[in-house]
Design a protein around this ligand. Structure first.
Ligand code: NAP
Length: 371
């Protein structure tokens, strides 16, 4: 059945038009016996009818769209509304409802973003979120999990974590969460700095540790993953164990080098090369992260210590290569030089090679100082 809403007559066109034209691409040849004919013209008047698409009760298309949005929209509760939790919430809010709880009271900030903040986790859980997302520091995870009032949640809530180590939260979830809860361990491998403008192409690692067979539970997990997929993330499904192995060799080393260079005191110069710019960017990317996060990468990834030792050995080996060459240069000079100078140079080489570092001022400097 076709129902017409109130008609707006825009203008009377002097040209003969044999039918009415509707803006909703409906054109019908209608007899216009009941329409006014102000000038008794033999011409048909032209009417432009404005159909307000979304406002019509018969608009099946927009009904379907709304129903689809409602069925895919999630109520996501973020626990740990610090740096990373806030960053994620801004994207979640585009299609989902976001609630939050944190140790610190972020009520004003959350309100500003459009997030409902609950100072008490009991109140938060009574809202029955579909997804509870843990974005707390790695170090505080276990203490926090022991205190959460799971009994207030729906029986098969989906628990997600975004911790930068994966085996550790996986084991804690399996240990502390009720058996009916679904578990999805994830690591968005970017942060507020590297994902500032877009998430396109950035890796998102996930492991469906425990997702129930029911269609609704599978769909809920997929809807959550869709957030990252739709942002263009590179979706990588892998076990938590594999993640930690790769992450220690890449992410932990990256953070370590960033911190070493920050302590070293890199400064921009007027003649920055591209390589140097990369180092400056590395420092910029890592210095925003808390030391808790870095320490968590080290403490709760069993592969991290080995990587730190390998880094140390690599640095020592490079120093040995450099000083080894220096040693050869001095050996060559040894045979063509006079005895006094040779002695001084050999002693310098020995100092440099002794423990790989300069322990006393070089002889040249000593001579210049006159001592
Ligand atoms: P973070 O220092 O690792 O964690 C800060 C968060 O932990 C804050 O929400 C803080 O709550 C909470 N927290 C710290 N100690 C707590 C305690 N004793 N009890 C309860 N809550 C505590 O910094 P972050 O950057 O926000 O990272 C959050 C999580 O996301 C971490 O697990 C990290 O590994 C992961 N992640 C971070 C990034 C990144 O680029 N930053 C990227 C991927 C994954 P309050 O603010 O209320 O004190």
């Amino acid at each position: 059945m076709l129902i017409f809403s109130p008609i707006t007559i825009r203008s009377v066109n002097p040209q003969p038009l044999p039918y009415l034209s509707f803006s909703h691409s409906i054109s019908l040849p209608l007899p216009l016996t009941s329409l006014p004919t102000p000038s008794k013209s033999p011409h048909f008047p032209s009417f432009h009818i404005n159909c307000i698409d979304a406002a019509q009760p018969f608009d099946y298309e927009s009904h379907l769209k709304n129903r689809y949005i409602q069925s895919t929209s999630l109520k996501i509760a973020i626990i740990g509304f610090g740096n990373f939790g806030q960053f994620l919430s801004k994207t979640f809010l585009r299609h989902h409802t976001v609630l939050a709880h944190s140790r610190t009271n972020y009520a004003d900030l959350a309100n500003h973003l459009g997030v409902s903040f609950y100072a008490d986790p009991h109140d938060l859980f009574e809202q029955h979120p579909d997804v509870v997302l843990l974005s707390t520091s790695i170090l505080s995870t276990e203490t926090l999990l022991q205190k959460l009032p799971f009994q207030r949640l729906r029986r098969n809530t989906l628990f997600v974590d975004v911790l930068s180590v994966k085996e550790f939260p996986r084991n804690l979830f399996l240990k502390y969460l009720p058996p009916d809860f679904d578990i999805l361990c994830t690591h968005p491998m970017f942060g507020p700095e590297s994902g500032k403008t877009s998430w396109a192409g950035l890796p998102f690692v996930y492991d469906k540790v425990r997702i129930g067979d029911e269609e609704s539970r599978i769909k809920r997990c997929d809807n959550f993953l869709d957030i990252f997929e739709k942002e263009g993330c590179r979706m990588v499904e892998m076990s938590c164990m594999e993640h930690d192995k790769y992450a220690a060799g890449s992410q932990f080393v990256t953070h370590t080098m960033g911190r070493v260079l920050e302590k070293f005191g890199l400064e921009s110069s007027p003649i920055n090369t591209k390589g140097y710019e990369t180092l400056l960017n590395l420092v910029e990317n890592t210095k925003g992260d808390s030391f808790d996060l870095y320490y968590g990468l080290f403490m709760y990834n069993q592969n991290a210590l080995e990587q730190l030792e390998r880094l140390d050995m690599a640095f020592e080996s490079i120093k040995k290569d450099l000083f080894g060459r220096l040693h050869q240069v001095y050996r060559k000079q040894l045979f063509g030089d006079n005895n006094g100078e040779v002695e001084k140079k050999r002693s310098l080489a020995q100092q440099l090679l002794g423990n790989g570092s300069l322990t006393e001022p070089p002889l040249d400097n000593v001579r210049q100082d006159g001592s």
